[in-house]
Write a protein that binds this ligand. Structure first.
Ligand SMILES: *Cc1c(COP(=O)(O)O)cnc(C)c1O
Ligand code: SF4
Length: 394
């Protein structure tokens, strides 16, 4: 847009800003927008908030009851809207973000808090302390764009569950007084939705008050939903507070755009490790070819595929779920066929708060008679007497 650049000018009057931050109503207008020409905050002002808003830019938009937004908001950044296929409702980007009526048809086994995070959330804080050495610190309940399969739908996008200053302060105090915590994962919602000053305040409090935290990590999907969030100023903060790991969530190779790759390169220069946590989603990435492209595409960007999750059973998530058998097939399609560093660990987060458990296929099998047989990635089988107890006992 010819005027989009003006929006980043600090002297632009408030009235002009509101005029400039209207959503793009037609595909031509949307496609004509250079997302790098305005600030990330400005882009957030242009997010689509209902499926109705998107009818001018997408065809075959599913009609859903507006009551769906009482359960879980919709937000779509103009950048993601540009990535959405205009005509295909099965586009992997549309599948992740467009609401569908079936979400309201909750299955009996689906639960709002399937991971029982509220149970492990420490009194007065938003700190989930489940594992011995590490915590998950939820610093906001808002995101740049809401994923329809979100695990934390019960919190995320709900104003009444917004994180307040007092909870943050109690969280810092909890970290301060629990010296066994040597790993703090700052998440949400999306922590990068906070502005630089707010983010810096949180990171500096953690570093100053909990020097026993060795590993400080940030989990954010904003780099995928709005790559312009990665700015030199943000990189300086990541470097200043020595955030050792940033985990993003890329689920489909279509999300590995040139702009994303460019901003990730900028982030890598801070020296932070960048990992990816994908969610296996039916209709989005549940085929071997897509996962191979995704994982190799990630390493090409300098991102290490860390986890690949089975989709949690939050309310309305059934449409995305895969069986264990299918998940194992997908894993078998990766190991041995693509580079080792590109193969993520497949995990399922246990219902009721069991925690994450690896989904491990049995390449090596011990039979009842003590024989050990190995099957390689191509299906070739060989006995491994060197691993058998009878061999080693001699
Ligand atoms: C996933 C998670 C962590 C971090 O687990 P890692 O396996 O170390 O990445 C920590 N706390 C909670 C509650 C989690 O769900
Ligand atoms: S970015 Fe994460 S927390 Fe936010 S809606 Fe998506 S899955 Fe949920």
């Amino acid at each position: 847009m010819a005027f989009a650049g003006e929006a980043t000018n600090p002297h632009t009057k408030a009235a002009d800003l509101s005029r400039l931050s209207k959503i793009f109503r037609t595909r031509e207008e949307l496609d004509g927008c250079d997302v790098t020409s305005e600030s990330w905050q400005q882009a957030l002002q242009r997010r689509y908030k209902t499926h109705q808003d998107m009818k001018g830019i997408l065809n075959h938009v599913e009609e859903v009851d507006m009551s769906i937004y009482d359960q879980f908001d919709m937000r779509v950044t103009p950048y993601l809207a540009q990535l959405m296929d205009r005509d295909d409702p099965n586009c992997p980007i549309r599948k992740q973000y467009m609401p569908f009526q079936g979400e309201l048809n909750v299955r009996p086994y689906e639960v709002a808090d399937s991971l029982a995070e509220d149970h492990d959330m420490q009194e007065g804080t938003t700190v989930v302390h489940r594992y011995p050495n590490r915590v998950l610190f939820l610093v906001t309940t808002n995101c740049g764009t809401y994923c329809r399969y979100c695990t934390r739908k019960r919190l995320v996008s709900h104003r009444e569950r917004a994180v307040n200053k007092q909870q943050l302060e109690s969280g810092f105090r909890y970290l301060e007084s629990h010296r066994e915590i040597d790993d703090c994962l700052v998440s949400g919602g999306d922590p990068l939705l906070l502005n630089d000053r707010q983010l810096e305040d949180i990171l500096s409090q953690i570093r100053a008050r909990a020097p026993h935290v060795k590993l400080l990590r940030i989990g954010s999907r904003l780099p995928v939903q709005l790559p312009t969030r990665i700015t030199p100023e943000l990189c300086a903060i990541i470097e200043r507070y020595d955030v050792q790991m940033v985990n993003v969530q890329v689920n489909h190779p279509k999300e590995l755009t040139p702009l994303f790759a460019e901003r990730i390169k900028m982030l890598r220069k801070t020296g932070t490790m960048i990992g990816n946590q994908s969610v296996l989603l039916k209709g989005v990435n549940d085929d071997v070819a897509t996962l191979r492209d995704l994982c190799m595409g990630l390493v090409a960007c300098g991102i290490r595929p860390y986890y690949c999750y089975s989709c949690d059973i939050a309310e309305g998530n059934h449409a995305y779920q895969l069986t264990l058998a299918r998940i194992l097939e997908l894993y078998h399609g990766l190991r041995g066929f693509i580079s080792g560093p590109a193969v993520p660990t497949f995990v399922v987060d246990g219902t009721g708060g069991l925690g994450k458990m690896p989904i491990i296929p049995d390449y090596i099998r011990e039979l009842a008679n003590g024989e050990i047989w190995a099957t390689n990635f191509e299906g070739k089988v060989h006995r491994m007497t060197n691993l058998e107890a009878t061999t080693l006992d001699q």
